[in-house]
Design a protein. Structure first.
Length: 419
């Protein structure tokens, strides 16, 4: 039987001479009031509006209840607030805070909520590059990709003297039988292997890929697109690519050398490389045993592989002895010794990748492909064959810093450390 509820106030003991009242007549309330700060950030950079303009709406205007900009904003803000599943929006469509963010407090029709439910949002996520009879909303993939870089460029009052672009391929674990799933031995799980490009805390590119590929697959095309857009606005900026050994590939290094782009990549160690620094490892071992602390020294030399590299390149070796064993590390770079010394290049430039790695792992797509009916990626997406979900990248965009309104020096510093 239904319980008998009392509308009377609860009685609480007074505190410091003041009466304590509790009531449940507050009306419509939300636990996500902090989302209003996200709305203020969006108004500063117009992220949702500009992202929505990358879509084409082929629906009949007289029958539309939820505009594309409302759908995009609802999805982006929902994910930013931790509501990753579309099912959540069957309740969130009545949430007052989300309605404020979407700019729509009341529906046009009496039988409709102010915001969209899961089915309407699902049709947005099933949109394709070209509209069809059953998919009226289409997206422009190139415009979405350019938006990332445009936001980064606008975050600077003046062009920085130099920037560092970080490349990273990290795991996006799968917990079901999603299309294109493969087991990755390094990450020891079934996953996708998205490619990210960062500059400091700014995300410039994100590509969803299968995991049965080389980590550097498609990096040349992605880097070429991003750098071309950057140089169109900053023709004199000096650019350095930074990545781990998974990107130390002849094709990528040769492209950098041909297009005036410097690089510093990790280099996988092997017996030949370790033999090259045997005296330095012995020196580090002796120093470590004498002091009881880890010891390291560096060696700078020219190196070439037996058959995969087209030329000799500068390699920096860190000969380290720690925890009673050798820990050698190597990087390959196009930077000249007068531009960056061995220790500075390794410790201050290459090892600064740690912050970027944290950012890339926090930027995993939260909206994975849904079903087999989605459009497959075009050749511009490196032909990986995975379904596309255009709102994935916008979620990643939501992690971008707002416009940098500090001094030009500070803005340049936030874009990458000096090399």
């Amino acid at each position: 039987m239904p319980t008998q509820c009392s509308a009377e106030l609860f009685g609480f003991a007074p505190v410091a001479g003041r009466r304590v009242d509790a009531a449940f007549d507050g009306g419509a309330i939300t636990s996500d009031a902090g989302a209003l700060l996200l709305g203020a950030t969006d108004r500063a950079i117009d992220l949702v509006g500009r992202f929505a303009r990358c879509f084409t709406d082929g629906r009949r205007s007289d029958l539309i209840e939820h505009e594309v900009v409302t759908l995009v904003g609802q999805r982006v803000f929902g994910i930013a607030l931790g509501y990753e599943d579309l099912n959540d929006h069957d309740v969130l469509r009545h949430d007052p805070a989300l309605a404020v963010l979407a700019g729509k407090l009341k529906a046009k029709r009496s039988d409709c909520a102010p915001l969209a439910g899961k089915s309407t949002l699902n049709r947005l996520e099933l949109s394709r590059p070209e509209p069809t009879r059953y998919h009226k909303i289409a997206f422009n993939g190139e415009a979405i990709e350019r938006l990332f870089v445009a936001l980064f460029l606008e975050a600077h009052r003046t062009a920085p003297r130099q920037i560092i672009l970080d490349l990273d391929a990290t795991d996006d674990p799968l917990h079901g039988h999603q299309e294109g799933r493969f087991f990755h031995g390094y990450y020891d799980c079934y996953c996708y292997l998205p490619l990210y490009v960062f500059c400091g805390r700014h995300l410039l590119g994100a590509k969803l890929r299968r995991s049965n590929i080389d980590g550097s697959a498609g990096s040349i095309e992605e880097v070429a697109r991003i750098i071309a857009q950057i140089r169109a606005s900053w023709p004199r900026v000096r650019i350095l690519l930074r990545a781990d050994s998974g990107f130390a590939r002849e094709a990528l290094m040769a492209w950098c050398e041909q297009h005036r782009v410097d690089f510093v990549f990790g280099l996988a160690r092997n017996a030949r490389l370790e033999a090259k620094i045997a005296p330095e490892l012995a020196q580090a071992k002796a120093a470590s045993q004498a002091s009881g602390q880890p010891a390291r020294c560096f060696k700078d030399f020219l190196w070439s592989t037996r058959d995969s590299w087209s030329r000799r390149r500068r390699v920096i070796a860190k000969a380290e002895w720690t925890q009673d064993e050798a820990n050698p590390r190597f990087v390959v770079t196009s930077l000249k010794p007068k531009a960056a010394g061995a220790r500075h290049l390794y410790e201050q430039v290459y090892c600064a990748r740690g912050e970027m790695r944290t950012a890339s792992r926090n930027a995993r797509p939260t909206c994975l492909p849904i079903g087999l009916r989605q459009a497959r990626c075009e050749p511009t997406n490196f032909g990986c064959g995975l379904p596309q979900c255009p709102t994935c990248c916008c979620v990643l965009c939501a992690g971008l810093d707002s416009r940098t309104r500090s001094s030009p020096k500070r803005a340049a510093a936030r874009s990458g450390s000096s090399f």
